[in-house]
Design a protein around this ligand. Structure first.
Ligand code: PEP
Ligand code: MN
Length: 378
């Protein structure tokens, strides 16, 4: 069976109110107490910009022994808050039982988390649990960068009878060091949009950034990539949050971020293009930083091997050969030769520094080891 096609997926503006053409979902990483949820939701409702309140009742933690959510006892709080604020309520369903409980308690939407989307068995069980209900479902990308798993989860939910589906881009796990908690790999949501045109795709900058400092810049990139909205973790007292305290922001901070983002997107066409190109440059710079970090890790490995083989840090001719090669390759990419030579000289110098420090620290450790007083056994 194949996905019925985009014509069947309802555009969000047909069933949800948007803020300046974008869907804004916000709320705490996890519901912690009646007071915390009410205070946060009231703050969000006062912003006048948030349509959907995210309220995680069950928190999938990587390791046991930490706060795992308040569970089903919060359903009456959700009902009360919906009545008080008018916001739609979304809850994460990580198991079919969660989905069934959400249906029983009249929750407006569910979402599938990144650790669920990665597992087609679990997605299918949840799809079976909601079959025929038509409940709207937001589907996060799987933790691994595999667009087929993401499309597959969307297909399974769609085949269960839901045509109100929203994809959420929340970044990907990567074993490489990254400036963000989850590496965005923007090409993947773009590919999803190409494969399923018409499917709304929003961005979760909170889980990409992993730090409130970077939430706005990630959201900016999402806007310049023309994603359809944002899901942002918000808490009335972020520093006291029981989960993801580093990345949550207050409702007032959310308002400020959204105002800045929309001001930028309302600027005249050329200025907007300028802004969006600058965002793309930021994105490229972050990739350069990550590549440099990766290169320097290799440099360290080479340094350790040189030491083991008794080789000198600086090897005659290597620097010249490297600079000539990079200069030539750079010019094939239309980069100015002296510019490439300067950059590569700096990179090479830093590599030599790293290896020299390593060689000395190791030889100091060896020296200490050799001169250690012999232990006397009593
Ligand atoms: C969440 O949204 O709270 C969450 C657990 O995120 P993710 O599934 O993206 O890791
Ligand atoms: Mn979270």
């Amino acid at each position: 069976m194949h996905f019925a096609g985009p014509s069947d997926i309802m555009p969000i503006m047909n069933w949800l109110s948007l803020y300046k053409g974008r869907l804004i979902v916000a709320g705490p990483c996890s519901v912690e107490s009646h007071h915390q949820l009410l205070a946060t939701a009231q703050g969000l409702s006062q912003t006048g910009r948030v349509t959907v309140l995210r309220a995680g009742l069950w928190k999938p933690r990587s390791r046991p022994g930490k706060f795992e959510g308040v569970g089903a006892r919060a359903f009456p709080w959700l009902k009360e808050i919906k009545e008080k604020t008018g916001m739609q309520i979304a809850v994460e369903a990580a198991m079919p039982e969660h989905a069934t409980l959400c249906l029983e308690h009249g929750v407006d939407m569910i979402w599938l988390g990144a650790r669920t989307t990665v597992n087609p068995f679990m997605v299918q069980e949840i799809a079976d649990a909601i079959k025929g209900s038509g409940i709207p479902v937001m589907i996060k990308n799987p933790v691994s960068p595999d667009v087929r798993l993401w499309v597959g989860a969307i297909e399974r939910v769609h085949l269960a009878g839901s045509n109100k589906i929203i994809a959420i881009h929340r970044g990907f796990h990567n074993h490489e060091q990254s400036i963000y908690r989850n590496i965005p790999l923007w090409e993947i949501p773009m590919q999803l949009k190409r494969e399923l045109p018409g499917l709304p795709v929003i961005c979760d900058p909170s889980h990409i950034a992993g730090n409130r400092k970077w939430v706005k810049e990630v959201a900016q990139i999402a806007f310049s990539r023309e994603l359809d909205g944002l899901m942002i973790e918000t808490h009335h007292k972020p520093e006291e949050a029981l989960t993801d305290a580093h990345q949550q922001i207050t409702p007032a901070e959310l308002t400020q971020i959204l105002d800045d983002l929309f001001d930028e997107s309302e600027t005249p066409a050329q200025a907007a293009t300028l802004k969006s190109l600058r965002n793309r440059i930021d994105e490229q710079d972050y990739q350069i930083l990550e590549l440099l970090a990766k290169r320097m890790r290799l440099v360290k490995e080479v340094g350790t091997l040189k030491k083991a083989l008794g080789e000198d840090v600086v090897q005659p001719g290597r620097q010249q050969k490297l600079l000539d090669d990079r200069e030539q390759k750079g010019s094939m990419l239309n980069l100015n030769k002296p510019f490439i030579r300067k950059i590569m000289q700096l990179v090479h110098e830093e590599s030599v520094n790293i290896q020299s420090t390593l060689a000395h620290s190791e030889s100091r450790a060896e020296h200490k080891e050799q001169n250690k007083p012999t232990q006397k056994h009593s």
